[in-house]
Design a protein around this ligand. Structure first.
Ligand code: 2P0
Length: 338
């Protein structure tokens, strides 16, 4: 079995990373900050950290944002303690603790925050709500604190909350450069300016239940114990290049095939971990077979899956009616709608 004893290749702490960035900013605080960030679905997945402290990934990843599906967050200053609300109610303890720990990176002594965050996607069901959550939070915080960071800097700060949040700063396609530096300053996301109006993402929800193994634990376990993980970085690099080519050429079969294969390869590395990690439910597998059968019949339909049981279908507008007929419960997202 592969044993990797240290995940933190560098010596820099998150606090130091934030201090380095904050040095360059003016500080004129506002009364409140408010921002929206979209959820994103990776077509080339981020799976594995080269530095767990700074959330630096092993491989570069590429995603598509989900338009109006995501998180809206309002941040204000609070008097004597953080006050965290999720979807209109006091947030669960674990959620509030994770946000407060993130806010610790930015607060001055005795400074507290009120955070009101609303998701219009299920929280923690593999639909990437931590991605839109941390991206919306850092954008709102940037307004409140008056930092004036650019999207690239914000993407690096979002990264400290959750890796996939790095990509949620943008609409449309986004790429997260893995980078090579130990200080993480070259590990940021940027938009890929390539609108694709006819592209559709279909969400097939299998379960809303909170997953037993979070992504951080899942990817660390995979990296430490799965023999198949050795093959992952090379496949991810190759898929990343192919997806960029497919997007520029608007070659849908190439996009769909590469994304589906990338997702299945990622899940294969997890299943070869110990203890085994399988986010799929029986219904997930049956939906995959349904997609494959439809494709054999000539329908241009592909899927991708994240660290959860739900499927995200990929298809073109011209096949929307056929997809809806096959999957009446599908929730269709138009990533490039204005
Ligand atoms: C992705 N996922 O690229 C991959 C595919 C899930 C499967 O990024 O540890 O919640 O907070 O950085 O961002 C989910 O992982 O993990 C994820 P952390 P995160 O979208």
């Amino acid at each position: 079995m592969i044993r990797i004893t240290t995940l933190n290749g560098g010596t820099m702490t998150r606090q130091k990373f934030v201090e380095n960035l904050l040095k360059r900013a003016d500080v004129k605080t506002a009364a409140r900050g408010e921002a929206f960030a979209p959820a994103n679905i990776a077509l080339c997945k981020y799976w594995g950290k080269r530095d767990a402290e700074l959330n630096l990934p092993v491989n570069s990843s590429l995603s598509i944002s989900l338009g109006k599906l995501g998180t809206r967050t309002v941040v204000k200053f609070a008097k004597s303690a953080d006050r965290i609300f999720l979807n209109g109610k006091h947030a669960p303890k674990a959620f509030a603790a994770r946000l407060s720990a993130y806010l610790d990176l930015f607060r001055a002594d005795g400074q507290f925050f009120e955070v009101r965050t609303k998701n219009n996607i299920p929280t923690a069901a593999g639909l990437a709500s931590s991605a839109s959550g941390f991206a919306a939070l850092i954008k709102a915080l940037d307004q409140l604190m008056g930092w004036g960071f650019n999207p690239r800097e914000l993407s690096m700060l979002a990264r400290l909350g959750s890796g996939s949040a790095t990509r949620s700063l943008y609409d449309g396609f986004a790429i997260w450069n893995a980078g090579q530096r130990a200080d993480g300053m070259d590990s940021y996301a940027e938009p890929l300016d390539a609108p694709w109006d006819s592209l559709r993402v279909g969400i097939l929800e299998v379960s809303k239940a909170r997953k037993k193994t979070g992504s951080t634990e899942g990817m660390n376990r995979t990296r430490e114990t799965s023999e198949l993980y050795e093959a992952w970085p090379a496949q991810a690099d190759c898929d990343y290049d192919e997806l960029r080519t497919a997007i520029v050429a608007q070659d849908f079969p190439m996009l769909g095939k590469t994304a589906e294969n990338n997702a299945l390869a990622m899940h294969a590395t997890m299943m070869a971990a110990w203890p085994p990690l399988c986010y799929w439910k029986p219904q997930s597998v049956s939906l995959m077979h349904k997609v494959w059968a439809a494709r054999e019949e000539g329908l241009e339909l592909y899927f991708t899956m994240d660290a959860g049981p739900n499927l995200k279908l990929l298809f073109l507008q011209e096949n929307q009616a056929a997809v809806k007929k096959l999957f009446p419960k599908v929730q269709v997202v138009i990533p490039f709608s204005s």
